[in-house]
Design a protein around this ligand. Structure first.
Ligand code: NAD
Length: 245
């Protein structure tokens, strides 16, 4: 691990210039500068009295679907007012610059796609969709005043198309991720606290196969250690990197 930030930055620039199979994992931190609360921030204010598992779990949804929908309606209203920031834009440019870049996001806000990134792997789903019986529907839910819509096939309540606490990732998504991790020679995690599995395990997984690893985060890294660790706002660090590659 490099001790000086500028040494680490230059090292990462060299890696970006020389490696070909790049995997970038993003978390809530990359959307924080668009005004979308990170997971920790989203538990504050209005919703601080609730346990996250009551708001984002199958059991919580069974117990109180309206509460869950209201929470998602609030989060979605925030997302709908937000725009992609510099991090999303640079990563969208990189999807053109690096033909073998796989962008995996834990975010459900769709901002990578709004910035123009193609082929984004949305590990945890998308807040703009509802789902039931394997069919996705656009979410009509914005202000929380309406009825929770029902599935036309089975008449159950439609649920947000989000992977909740205690749920497994879709097999197809997981096999796409595993394929990218297996081939990866440069892995960069940006704006994630690394507490939510399986994403939290990707860094160790790629290290075993010899990939170069980097973490970019606003604060110290609870995520394990990487070859390069850069502390600061993702938009600032990515802008510097982008100017040098
Ligand atoms: P997290 O909230 O646990 O961690 C975010 C990390 O980003 C923190 O370590 C924080 O220090 C860092 N950070 C904040 N602002 C930053 C910035 N400008 N630049 C760089 N780093 C910054 O988020 P997580 O690790 O993604 O895991 C939480 C779960 O919550 C995920 O499953 C995610 O799907 C979900 N979530 C998604 C969104 C979204 O879609 N935007 C928002 C909140 C939570």
């Amino acid at each position: 691990m490099k001790s000086s930030p500028s040494e680490g930055l230059l090292d990462l620039v060299e890696q970006l210039k020389s490696k070909s199979n790049l995997v970038i994992l993003t978390g809530a931190g990359v959307s924080a500068e668009s005004g979308i609360p990170t997971f920790r921030d989203a538990q504050e204010g209005l919703w601080s009295e609730y346990n996250p598992e009551d708001l984002a779990s199958p059991a919580g949804f069974r117990k109180n679907p309206k509460l869950v929908f209201d929470w998602y309606a609030w989060r979605r209203s925030v997302v709908l007012k937000s725009l992609p920031n510099m991090t999303h834009q640079i990563l969208a440019d990189w999807t053109n610059k690096f033909p073998n870049l796989t962008l995996i996001t834990q975010n459900v806000d769709g901002l990578h796609q709004s910035a123009g990134s193609k082929g984004v792997i949305e590990m945890h789903g998308n807040i703009h969709r509802l789902v039931c019986c394997n069919k996705r529907h656009p979410s009509p839910w914005i202000d929380g005043n309406g009825e929770v819509p029902r599935c036309e096939k089975c008449n159950s309540l439609l649920r947000p198309d989000i992977v909740w606490f205690g749920e497994m990732l879709n097999n197809g998504v997981m096999s796409e991720i595993n394929k990218a991790l297996k081939q990866c020679d440069l892995f960069i995690a940006i704006g994630t606290s690394g507490v939510v599995y399986p994403a939290a395990g990707f860094l160790e997984k790629v290290k075993v196969s010899g990939a170069f690893t980097a973490i970019i985060n606003k604060e110290k890294f609870p995520f394990g250690t990487a070859d390069v660790q850069l502390e600061g706002l993702s938009s600032q660090i990515l802008s510097v990197l982008n100017d040098k590659i």
